[in-house]
Design a protein around this ligand. Structure first.
Ligand SMILES: [Zn+2]
Ligand SMILES: [Zn+2]
Length: 338
């Protein structure tokens, strides 16, 4: 027997065995990495879901402690005059505005519960404390709908489905995906500082101190406030925001008749929702004639008692509290002509 050949063959077999061993070790290592990453992601998803359920359960529990009330006032938009500016608060960030003959609806929410729609008609989210004073069928023909951002308490697809197609729509950037199939046209998406004319109203998107994701994985959604202008009347619809100096910057040199500013949702979310004192500060910096506070009394989204935001706003306004012109859901304000 050729010993050299036999030895060489043995070496070669040994090398192949060693390569196989290294290969299977690499395979096992990568498998381990993949499994660790996937397990970590699953654990994070489960933890996020548990946190969400805990938060929603806490909100629902608190909301159940309050009976659903009927609004104290009922707007009568069919009696509004086309040569005036009339504003009714329908709850949370929903306003019906007659801006000198043009009918505008902001952040339409008519649903009793807003939140995540699950199978079998289940909705995970907070319930209204006060019924909406108008149903979509009671609205006048609309010229324009403006949507500040896609958070579930502002963009409620169930409410959008109940609105008649016809009015122009202005939304924040990359928000139209939620209503695209409903037939509304034209839909204009605006970035901060951009303007357009829609439904006979001049609209400018204004920067807010907030965020836009509807879901944890949606990272690119815009979020806006809007300046609404027509025939010398200018309204700032503040949407949802923490304190920001951007409003006074964007409105410098303009006369604002009415500032609509959020005052609730700050406990403990002060980084994304202005306190009543901060809302009053923004109102003073704007130099607007009147303030309509929104984003309170409607849904429990945070830890402060539902009545606290307005009480604190009235306290900080002191003798100037007369400038706060709508205090209850369903109230209507006619802007005086100067
Ligand atoms: Zn929001
Ligand atoms: Zn909100």
């Amino acid at each position: 027997m050729n010993c050299a050949a036999s030895w060489g063959r043995a070496r070669s077999v040994g090398g192949q065995h060693s390569n196989n061993l290294v290969g299977s070790r690499n395979y096992a290592m990568w498998l381990n990495v993949y499994l660790t990453v996937i397990t970590s992601l699953l654990v994070m998803a489960v933890l996020w879901l548990l946190w969400l359920i805990r938060r929603l359960r806490r909100q629902l529990k608190r909301a159940r402690g309050f009976p659903v009330m009927s609004p104290g006032c009922q707007p009568t938009p069919h009696e509004w005059r086309a040569d005036q500016t009339t504003i009714a608060w329908l709850g949370h960030a929903t306003l019906l505005i007659n801006l000198r003959g043009k009918q505008i609806l902001t952040d339409p929410v008519f649903s009793e519960i807003v939140g995540l729609h699950l199978p079998w008609g289940t909705i995970m989210g907070p319930r209204r404390l006060i019924h909406c004073p108008l149903e979509p069928e009671q609205l006048p023909p609309l010229d324009l709908i403006v949507q500040s951002h896609a958070h579930m308490d502002h963009l409620d697809t169930a409410s959008w489905k109940r609105l008649s197609v016809g009015p122009a729509v202005v939304m924040a950037a990359r928000n139209q995906r939620y209503i695209r199939r409903l037939g509304f046209a034209p839909i204009t998406e605006l970035e901060w500082g951009e303007s357009t004319t829609a439904g006979g109203v001049q609209i400018t998107a204004v920067e807010v101190n907030h965020w836009g994701e509807r879901f944890p994985w949606s990272r690119d959604h815009g979020y806006n406030a809007y300046l609404l202008e027509r025939e010398g009347v200018t309204i700032l619809f503040g949407g949802d925001t923490a304190y920001t100096a951007a409003f006074s910057r964007a409105c410098a040199g303009r006369k604002i008749q009415v500032a609509v500013l959020p005052i609730g949702g700050y406990q403990p979310y002060i980084r994304s929702h202005a306190s009543p004192e901060q809302a009053w500060q923004m109102f003073l910096e704007l130099g607007a004639d009147y303030l309509i506070p929104i984003h309170h009394q409607t849904f429990i989204l945070s830890a402060e008692p539902p009545a606290e935001p307005l009480q604190r706003l009235l306290a900080v306004a002191g003798k100037a509290a007369g400038k706060i012109v709508i205090r209850e859901i369903g109230e209507t304000f006619v802007v005086p002509v100067k």
